[in-house]
Design a binder for this molecule. Structure first.
Ligand code: PMP
Length: 455
């Protein structure tokens, strides 16, 4: 069946359930092709991708070398299982590579097909680890408000937005949410403005109190995104993770880093764990591991955890696509590209350039409260009033990111009251400038009421 390009939008409306799109919405943007940071839709319209798809297109679109690797592997061995004693050379090659990139002692790998599966696996691993060690009472998971850990019932329960729970209850029991680290929003921590260090003091006190309430012997793990992505690129104070790690260590609680967004160069290191100088017990990754060319996720698991999971009959859960040969082959080739093209250093350098460009073009606008970033994760916080930091009112039918896309073709995303950017790491400086100008063009017409004046 060949589809007429003119019918695509209508057929989409008739047949596809899109996440987060109301049935009443008629607009469709049907992407046809991509190259570098540029995309073209079915109408022939061009776009500049400043979100890297959903925060994952590290090496950019249209890299035919990755297509060649997938083709060769599919022709040789498209699939066999990794259950029991079965394995394949591509999965072994990637696991060995990941073990060499991850901080010691994270030298064991458990494969998934994406981030949600990864967080389910991590939460179950944490509980199972304690169970195997004779501490079956350790079932609680500590998480944070504004966290996003995917859509499974474990990770989804750890996710800290009521919106993602409403109508899906009952969620997984034994999850407790803490306050997120977000120094700009000092109201989260009481009436007084606090320094970043005082914010950490507040959060550590809360963590200690929560552990005491639940009982340390009942807690399996704390899960957290090193930098909270969906929450709005929330960058914690530098001492937050080291101090959290110290508290958890004292109580025998595992630390799971959800690095589905932050790994593989996004923050200028292979893992944000290295950026913060903290080694968790498990790192969950996905997205950038293949730059999105095929679905894959990988958990980096500490040797001390793996040793326990592998006792007796081993770890009793696996996904059909665990260690998929084509996906792991593409991942290794993708990591080769990241390395060969120096994209870790590029993320730091270009991220700083884009941040400076945003600051120069938007920094003085009345609706811009804060611009924050680490590497190529950036956010522009939108406010009604810079002095009070009150959030900009949002109008769902005319959101700034939608207007930016429709008027300029630059794709950015909204996240609560901020615009978030996570472009491909290969973006050029000229493209970065184009992104900043597109934001300026719309935000300078944005009123404190959230209305956007016509151009
Ligand atoms: N964790 C984080 C931090 C994420 O940002 C996401 C996806 N945006 C997920 C988990 C879920 O990953 P996936 O959509 O691949 O299931």
């Amino acid at each position: 069946m060949t589809l007429d390009i003119a019918d695509l939008a209508q057929l989409d409306r008739a047949h596809i359930i899109h996440p987060y799109l109301p049935g009443s919405a008629t607009e469709r943007v049907v992407m046809i092709s991509g190259s570098g940071c540029r995309l073209t839709d079915s109408q022939g319209r061009g776009y500049l991708d400043a979100t890297g798809g959903l925060w994952l297109a590290q090496v950019g679109h249209g890299r035919t070398e990755l297509a060649d690797v997938a083709h060769a592997q599919m022709a040789k061995l498209e699939y066999f299982t990794s259950f029991w004693e079965f394995s394949n050379e591509r999965a072994i090659e990637l696991a060995t590579r990941l073990a060499s990139l991850a901080p010691a002692p994270l030298s064991h790998v458990y494969f998934t097909s994406g981030g949600s599966e990864g967080n389910e696996a991590a939460i179950k691993m944490a509980r199972y680890y304690h169970h195997r060690r004779g501490e079956s009472s350790r079932t609680w998971i500590l998480a944070r408000s504004k966290a996003y850990h995917g859509i499974g019932y474990g990770g989804g329960s750890a996710t800290g937005f009521p919106l993602y729970h409403e109508g899906f209850a009952p969620m997984m029991p034994h999850v407790s949410h803490l306050t997120p680290p977000w120094p700009y929003r000092t109201e989260l921590y009481g009436d007084q403005p606090l320094s970043p260090e005082q914010v950490t003091d507040f959060l550590i006190r809360e963590l200690e109190e929560r552990i005491a309430e639940i009982g340390p012997g009942n807690i399996a793990a704390m899960i957290g995104e090193p930098i909270m992505g969906v929450g709005g690129m929330l960058v914690p104070p530098a001492d937050y993770w080291p101090r959290v790690r110290e508290v958890l260590d004292r109580h025998g609680i595992l630390l799971i880093f959800d690095e589905v967004v932050t790994a593989y160069g996004r923050v200028g290191e292979w893992f944000a764990a290295q950026y913060f100088g903290v080694t968790p017990d498990i790192i969950v990754t996905a997205k950038g591991i293949t730059s999105g060319y095929v679905p894959l996720g990988a958990l980096l698991v500490g040797d001390h955890v793996a040793e326990v999971l592998l006792r007796d009959h081993g770890f009793p859960m696996g996904y059909t696509y665990n260690g998929h040969p084509v996906a792991t082959a593409v991942a290794t080739a993708n990591l080769d590209l990241i390395e060969r093209e120096g994209l870790l250093a590029r993320a730091t350098g270009l991220g700083a350039f884009l941040h400076a460009e945003l600051e120069a073009q938007l920094g003085e606008l009345p609706v811009v409260g804060e611009i924050r970033s680490v590497g190529m994760m950036l956010a522009v916080e939108l406010v009604r009033d810079r002095a009070t930091r009150a959030p900009l009112p949002l109008h769902p039918e005319r959101m700034p990111h939608d207007v930016i896309r429709r008027e300029t073709g630059v794709i950015v995303r909204d996240s609560a009251h901020s615009l978030v950017l996570s472009p491909p790491l290969i973006m050029t400086e000229a493209e970065a400038r184009e992104v900043a100008s597109a934001l300026r063009g719309v935000l300078e017409r944005t009123e404190p009421t959230g209305e956007i004046r016509a151009a």
